[in-house]
Design a protein around this ligand. Structure first.
Ligand code: SAM
Ligand code: SF4
Length: 476
């Protein structure tokens, strides 16, 4: 995994850098956000067409409060029209925080001597996974620092261990990873370990800023990171997640660059990113950062609404970096996945005493939503969302599910909603306290009542009975 330029294995033009900052700024500076134009663009997205860079830039430059509200309303309508009420839940699991890089914003930076460095051994990893399974988790993202110890073989081994752990009825059915860029051979190794999504954030697409905040280590190399997903594609990994760390540079530039990156993957590999993440900088141990680009709540909620409209068929991930209040607002814009019961302390899930306060010297950054998985499930249910642990598409070989949800008529009705209800019922049976169980089954009944009486409903009812009788992992 260590950077070896000779191993870039550039075969053709595909891995050439696709970012042109002048092009991005050109779109932003030349945008003309008249009321009519903004409304036309929102209408285009609601008509299920993805937006061009120029159109996205127009939404970005529409700062009139009335228009911002219309953009947010547009994102809400798109969500209701296309995605319905499902929210997929996952949890992050930190495997090791050794790191050779010096990223100004991150508590794991090599120069931070205050942080305790830990790599979970097999026994610790197993007990973390058991604790997560005992809470009802089914989907994890494993997170690694960048270190020679965390090479592709190590990552593959840890993924394999996670898949093998069973605690009572619990099992992890999808293991995504967030790890440093690899060479093509490395990506082949992690693909063979059956990872779900390979996720990597460019942090900022602005090369000069990138150089200012990446002060040491392999990560200093902007291009090696920017081309990571091209190498992943070369290795056969087509399920990838991109992201930008908002607060490093002008949010407008990084937002449009995420869309540019999406276009690149779609144009060259015929498949865009499965998910886009938009972490916002949080307080971290020994944070050492120019704070002039920190993003306000108002701009943050607005940028997520714009992203929803710009890439209407891409999954959006919102993490516990954000407070419950911000999460509740942004959920309405069509976020598809959130983490729940998050604990980013190394070894934190298996600790007997769960403390409310975070020890910032044990963690990468501050999180702002400390609710347990069940508290989040309970609140989602109360708000009318259907919390889902579905992993069906991925295990049935149906790739590009967000695109299918979006474009295949009846797909959500046939697969997504029934699978969400089945995984919710499984959670209610095995992990929920009585009060959540009651609310959860009321929600399931409400959704059943809304369904037409046909053979799909009959088979869902049959499967729900099987879940109640103790069967798990049922899906369409
Ligand atoms: N070491 C891997 C890498 O750099 O790709 C994994 C990265 S890290 C464990 C996951 C992500 O957390 C980073 O890509 C970054 O975007 C984000 N992050 C780092 N410091 C942060 C902070 N202070 N606040 C919010 N997010 C942060
Ligand atoms: Fe998502 Fe597929 Fe499950 Fe639908 S069935 S919720 S698309 S994973």
């Amino acid at each position: 995994m260590i950077f070896q330029p000779e191993k870039l294995q550039i075969k053709d033009q595909r891995m050439k850098p696709f970012m042109d900052p002048a092009e991005i700024w050109g779109f932003i500076n030349n945008a003309k956000p008249s009321k009519e134009r903004v409304r036309d663009i929102i209408a285009k997205s609601l008509d299920k067409q993805r937006l061009t860079l120029r159109e996205t830039a127009t939404l970005i430059e529409a700062s009139d409060p009335g228009l911002v509200e219309e953009i947010k309303q547009g994102a809400k309508i798109l969500k209701e029209k296309v995605y319905g009420q499902r929210i997929v839940l996952f949890a992050p699991l930190y495997i090791g925080n050794l790191c050779i890089n010096t990223c100004a914003y991150c508590g794991f930076k090599s120069t931070n001597k205050a942080i305790q460095r830990i790599t979970l051994n097999k026994e610790q990893l197993v007990s973390q996974v058991k604790a997560l399974e005992d809470a009802g988790q089914k989907r994890l993202i494993l997170v690694y620092g960048e270190h020679p110890k965390y090479d592709a073989n190590f990552i593959a081994e840890t993924v394999g261990i996670v898949y093998s752990v069973r605690s009572g009825p619990g099992e992890i059915r999808r293991v995504n990873i967030n790890a440093a860029p690899m060479d093509i051979d490395g990506f082949r190794i992690v693909k063979d370990a059956k990872i779900g999504t390979y996720q990597i954030f460019q942090e900022t697409y602005h090369e000069e800023t990138y150089a200012k905040v990446h002060l040491g280590g392999i990560k200093k190399n902007f291009e090696w990171r920017l081309t990571a997903l091209d190498r992943a594609q070369e290795a056969g990994i087509d399920d990838v997640g991109i992201g930008a760390l908002f607060g490093l540079y002008d949010w407008r530039f990084d937002l449009l660059s995420l869309v540019r990156h999406t276009n690149h993957l779609e144009a060259v590999y015929n498949i865009g990113p499965h998910t886009i993440s938009f972490p916002r900088i949080q307080y971290a141990s020994h944070l050492n950062l120019d704070q002039s680009h920190l993003v306000s709540d108002a701009d943050f909620t607005r940028l997520v609404a714009i992203l929803r409209l710009a890439v209407p068929y891409t999954g959006l991930i919102l993490t516990a970096r954000e407070s419950a209040t911000i999460r509740n607002e942004i959920l309405q814009f069509g976020v598809s996945q959130i983490d729940g019961g998050t604990n980013i302390e190394m070894g934190g899930y298996a600790k007997k005493e769960q403390t409310e306060a975070q020890d910032i010297d044990l963690e990468q950054f501050q999180i702002n939503d400390n609710r347990s998985l069940n508290e989040i499930m309970d609140e989602l249910i109360m708000q009318g969302y259907i919390p889902s642990f579905c992993t069906s598409c991925y295990r049935q070989g149906r790739t590009g599910e967000h695109f299918m949800e979006f474009s295949v008529p009846g797909f959500i009705k046939r697969f997504c909603q029934p699978n969400a209800l089945l995984t919710l019922a499984e959670y209610l049976e095995n992990y929920a306290p009585e009060s959540t169980r009651e609310k959860g089954y009321q929600l399931i009944q409400k959704k059943l009542d809304e369904m037409e009486q046909d053979s799909s409903k009959d088979s869902l009812l049959e499967k729900l009975e099987q879940v109640k009788a103790g069967k798990g992992d049922l899906y369409f």
